[in-house]
Design a protein around this ligand. Structure first.
Ligand code: AHR
Length: 521
């Protein structure tokens, strides 16, 4: 993206801001303390639909260019957004996964039924070695979710040993026999998935007991790092689950982070709405659902603060994103959905909400990386499409491991007819950070489908004179524009110029339905 050096103070002398505005953003440029972990920009790949097979794995003999069976185009696209981590193998699939089915010569691997996702045959062609090769090619850290729902403590513990141990043992011998000499040193281990549902329908008390036992045997094989163990947290607003897991110090001792999952629909859960055929009511309803995640997080964080006031435990949002009706004609159970400008604004808003809670949120994984739910990439044979959500992740790379700048945003709420009880939607959302080179980045969404917004930004504590403003925008003509195979991209990052800057303030006119990034120096 070509950068634009805009307005030196001298050039700006005498500029009259003719438009008045109620929207005000104060960024506290001198109060940054907390790092926004790059892991908040993580991804999720499940054996579901065409995420793994076709999306990532095409096999060595495919005519689609690949490296050891993994698509080159997909790896290249994911490297461009600096994917920090990848969660695998599920999701609900993880709750039925037995890792030994997925190692050794591919022709001998066991075929199983993927009971959760379409009842299709899973041939285990993509297993531990293939996933870890994929992560190495992308340059991201693996997040492996173990089977607590239908597996055993021994099975999980042997998986950790197979992957991380360098000592001589039956598991390391097996790994070497399968072609991998050195351990992979995987740090992130999830102790089960959705154990309140597809992971065993457990009560929080039962899960807590099981979690302590499983966690005990997720042994640290390396002297260089401690495993980061992620306990299964609540389903959405189940604050009791959080309470049970957090209040007992014996539980807390056994995990580093606790997860939460939340998806957002366009209509109601019974009728999720089309991903592309929608009007303003569904636009606002979906974004109000997304905005509600701020309340949800704050309530969970209040529970966590009660039992962990020093904020040592991370809140790990390891499944989030838009969930609409799957595309007409796609295979039932495969959750294939298109991705529009609405998904871009939704992602921008949710990521701003996560950034602003960086002290607690240490990792998040959007669902899912390819061909499933709110994807980064869609594939059709040898073709790929980068979605509007992909471009938000590209734009927000500036926040990876940067220092969060606390801010105060004042703006009106949008009036719309709510379909559910999530009724609150401010016109704007924002977050800000300062990177290692001292550059300040502010990301903003205009959540209105139709109205542009003026915003005055006060860079409080910014003691230098503002010299450079570079800005980017993601928007489109229509609220439901999307990128598709065989058409030029309708939604992408463009240079953005509607900015006026003076010594330590910025005035910006933000087009309706957009995501904007400002870079200030
Ligand atoms: O991402 C799709 C599914 O949603 C996952 O398998 C499950 O964990 C969640 O309910």
């Amino acid at each position: 993206m070509k950068s634009i050096t805009v307005l030196l103070l001298a050039l700006m002398a005498g500029v009259v801001y003719s438009q008045s505005t109620d929207n005000k953003l104060v960024v506290n440029c001198d109060l940054g303390e907390t790092k926004i972990s790059k892991h908040v920009y993580g991804h999720f790949s499940e054996h579901l639909g065409r995420c793994i097979y076709e999306g990532i794995w095409v096999g060595e003999n495919s005519s689609i260019p690949n490296t050891r069976g993994i698509r080159n185009d997909v790896v290249k696209a994911l490297k461009e957004i600096s994917v920090p981590n990848m969660r695998w193998p599920g999701g609900c699939f993880a709750d039925t996964y037995h890792w030994k089915d997925g190692i050794g010569p591919r022709e001998n691997r066991k075929k199983i039924v993927n009971i959760h996702w379409g009842g299709v045959t899973e041939d285990n062609g993509f297993g531990t070695h293939e996933f870890l090769d994929f992560c190495e090619q992308v340059g991201c850290e693996p997040v492996i979710c173990g089977n607590v729902g239908s597996g055993t403590v021994q099975e999980f513990s042997e998986w950790v040993e197979y992957i991380n141990s360098s000592a001589e043992s039956p598991m390391t011998d097996l790994r070497k026999k399968n072609g991998r000499e050195k351990p992979w040193n995987v740090k992130f281990w999830a102790v089960g998935n959705e154990n309140w549902g597809c992971g065993g329908n457990m009560t929080p008390e039962q899960y807590a007991d099981d979690m302590r036992q499983y966690s005990t045997y997720i042994y640290n094989y390396s002297r260089d790092f401690q495993n980061y163990k992620i306990a299964c947290g609540p389903n959405s607003a189940d604050y009791n689950w959080m309470e049970v897991l957090m209040k007992n110090p014996l539980n807390q001792r056994m995990f580093s982070g606790i997860s939460i999952h939340q998806y957002f629909v366009g209509n109601t859960w019974g009728k999720k709405g089309s991903a592309t055929q929608f009007g303003e009511p569904e636009w606002y309803n979906n974004l109000a659902n997304c905005n509600w995640v701020a309340d949800l997080l704050d309530k969970h964080i209040t529970v966590m603060d009660k039992y962990d006031p020093e904020r040592k435990k991370g809140l790990i949002f390891d499944e989030w994103g838009n969930w609409f009706e799957q595309e007409p004609g796609s295979t039932p159970g495969f959750l294939y959905q298109q991705n529009t400008l609405r998904d871009a604004v939704a992602a921008g808003m949710v990521l701003n909400i996560f950034n602003n809670r960086a002290e607690r949120i240490k990792m998040a994984n959007i669902a899912q990386v390819i061909n499933v739910l709110q994807s980064m990439i869609l594939t059709k044979n040898e073709k790929i499409v980068l979605t509007p959500t992909y471009y938000v992740f590209k734009m927000y790379k500036v926040h990876h491991d940067a220092t969060l700048l606390p801010l105060n945003l004042t703006c009106n709420e949008i009036k719309f007819n709510p379909i559910t009880n999530h009724t609150k939607l401010p016109y704007l959302s924002a977050s800000a950070s300062k990177d290692a080179n001292g550059l300040i980045h502010i990301t903003i969404t205009n959540n209105s489908a139709a109205e542009k917004q003026n915003l005055s930004i006060d860079l409080r504590g910014f003691l230098k004179q503002l010299t450079t403003v570079r800005a980017e925008i993601i928007t489109a003509e229509k609220i439901n524009d999307f990128n598709d195979f065989d058409q030029t991209e309708k939604v992408n990052i463009k240079e953005f110029k509607a900015i006026k800057a003076k010594s330590n303030s910025v005035m910006i006119e933000i087009p309706s339905k957009s995501v904007v990034m400002l870079e200030l120096k």
